[in-house]
Design a protein around this ligand. Sequence first.
Ligand code: IVH
Length: 697
Amino acid sequence: MLSIISLMAKSTPAERIEALRDKIRHHEHLYYVMDAPEISDADYDVIVRELQALEKEHPELITPDSPTQRVGGKPKEGFPKVAHSRPMLSLDNVTSEEELRDWDRRVRERAGENVEISYVCEYKLDGLSMALHYQAKDGQEAKAADAKNVSADLVRALTRGNGTIGEDVTTNVRTIRSVPLSVSAEKLVKAKLPSTFEVRGEVVMPLKAFLKANEEREAQGLTPAANPRNYAAGTIRTLEPNIVAQRRLDFYAYFALTATGENLFTEQSDALDALTAAGFRVNPHREAIHTFDKIMDFVNRAEKHRADLGYEIDGVVIKVSSTELQARLGYTGRAPRWAVAYKFTARAGITQVEDIKVQVGRTGKLTPVAWLKPVVIGGTTVSRATLHNADFIGQLGLKIDDWVKVERGGDVIPKVVEVVEDEAQPRGHTKFHFPTHCPECNSEIVRAEGEADYRCVNVDCPARLRESLLHYASRGVMNIEGLGEAMVTQLLDRKMVSSIADLYKLDEAGLLSLERVGEKSARTLLKEIEQSKKAPLNRVLYGLGIRFIGERTAQLLAEEFGSMDALMVASQEELERVNEVGPRVSQAIREFFDEEKNRILVERLRATGLTFTAEKRKKSSELEGLTFVLTGTLPNLSREDAKAKIETAGGRVSGSVSKKTSYVVAGEEAGSKLEKAQELKVPVIDEARLLELLGGS
Ligand code: IVH
C-alpha cells in the first residue's frame, strides 16, 4: 500500500527543484562546455523559469550551487589574499625547434637511459591562470570509493597572484558558465575524483566576447581594451559580478590536484580525461606524443590553426605525462623542468611611424591612424595601425618618426601600444597636430562632452558617404556581394551614387561603363542589390548607420516596434522601453529620424521596393500577476525605468513589502524594505536578475 502511494504521489517541491537543477546543469554542460546544445534557448529558458518560480515560492530551498545563483552579491572588501596549496609556477619558454630539441634532450638525460618518455602537448591559452577549490558538500570528507552520495561544491577561486598567494575572486568566477558550481557524486565516481580537490586552468575571453565588449566600449566613447588577456584579467578583478557575467569569460582546466596540491593522477593525460568526465571544459586540442618529430608537427599545426580558434593561444605547452617522472625531474627556481612553453613568433613588432593621418568613418568619427614603415607581424605585413583617438596620442606622447610597438591582437586592425626608445630607435621630433577641420570635406569637427572622439558634422561628407555605402553593403548587414571598396570608389568618382538609395537606380549600362566590370559581374551585382530589397527591418536599421545601433540593438528595436514607421515616430521614452536602450542611444535614434534628409532616404528606399518587414514580438506577460518592490539605488536603471519595464511586462510595482510581494529588487544602500523582505522571506533579487526575468540577456 505504502509503495503504491509513494508511486502515485507527485514529487515534492524539493524533489522537483533538484530535478530541474540537474536538468539545467546537464544542458549548461552541453551548451557551455561541449558546444553541443540539445535543446533550443527558448526550451532552456522554460526550465530555468520554472526553477526560478519554484525557488521564489520556496526561498528556503535556494542553495548556492543552484544554477540560478551564479551572479551573487558583490565582494564586500575587495579580494582577500589566500595562500595556494602549492605555488603556481610559470614555464620556461623556447622559441625554435632547436631550443625545443635541447629541452627534450635534457629531459631524456635526466630521466635516465631506457626510460620511455611520453609527452602531452596542449595549447598555451593566452589568459590568466586560476585555481578552483572544490569541497565535499557540507564539508563531508569522503574518498572516491565511498563517495556515492557526496557531491563537490566550488568553494573558492584564486588568481595566480604572486605565485604563492593568490586573490580570492570566487564571486566573479562563479559567473563563468563553463565552471561547474558543483560536481555530482556520480560524475566524481566516473572521473575517479575525490569530493575535495583542486583544479587549475586558464580563464580566457573568447574573441567574440572581446570584440563585442570592445564595440560597446567604443560606443561609449571609451578607449578599447588592448587584447583579450588584459580584458579578461581586468574583468576578473572588477567588483561587479554582473559585469563579469555579461563579459562571457571561459575556463579551460589543465591540472587536477588534491586539496594539498599533490597530483591526483599518475599521468597528465589521465588527469585531462578525468576533468573532462567530471564536466570541466578541457581543450580538445591535446595529444599524447612519444617522438620529437610529432611534437613539432603538433606545434606547426597549432600555429596554422591559431587564427581559426575563436580564442587566443600564444604557443604550445609540452608536459612530461608521468607525474612520477615529473617529481624526479623537479624544478629550477620558478619553473618546472618537466614542462616547457613553445612560444609562437610574437604577434607584435617594432617599427617607425612615417606619418599620422586622420580617417573619417561612416558616423563621422575621426580616427587617427599611424602610417608605418611596413613590418611583418605573425606572417602579415602591417603598414597601418590605429591610434584610437586624440587622447591616446597624447597619452603616448607620440611624435611622427617615433619607433613604436605594434600589436595584432584579437582585433583584425593592428594597434600601436607603446613608444619605444633606445640608441638605434631615437625619439621623433615632429609633433602631430590633430586637425581642426574634417580632412575630407573641411567642415567643422566637434567633440561632445565626455566623449573621446571628434566627429565631422557634415552629413554629406564624401568620406562618410563612402563608409556608409561600404557598411550598408557588407556581410551581416545588407549582404550585397560585389559592392566592395573598388566598386564604391568608382561609383562615387563617377558621381553615380550620392546616397544609399541611389544604389537601387543603378543599371547594367551604367555599370558596364566602369572599369573592370564585365557583363557577368554587372548582372550579379544588380541581382544582389535587387535581392537586398527583401532584407528584414533589423538589417535595414543596422545598415542605415545610426550611431550606437549595432546588430543586436537593431534586432531588439525591430522586435519591439515591428515597423519602420512606428520606430520613426517613437519618442525617446518609448525607445527606452527596449532593454539595452538608454538615453544616449534613444537620443541618437531620435536625432537621426528628426533629420529631414534621413526621412527622405527612408522614403526613397521604400519607394524602390524595400519592404522593411519585421515580426513584432508578442507583448511579454512574463511578469503577469507578480508584485515588485524597489529599494535602494540600482546600478543602471532609475526607479522610473525599472517601474516602466516591470509594468510593460505585466507586473505591478508596490511601495511596501508584504507577504504578497513576489520580489524585492534591491540596489545599493537598500534600507528597511530589505530587512522587511528578509523577515518575511520574500525573495530579494538584484537588477541583473530583474532584467533576466524581463526576458533580457
Ligand atoms: S601548465 C607549472 N598548461 O601559461 C605549470 N599553463 O607561462 C604551469 N598556460 O601561468 C602551467 N595554457 O597561465 C599550463 N595548457 C597549459 C596552459 C598554461 C596556458 C599559462 C598559465 C601559466 C603560463 C606559464
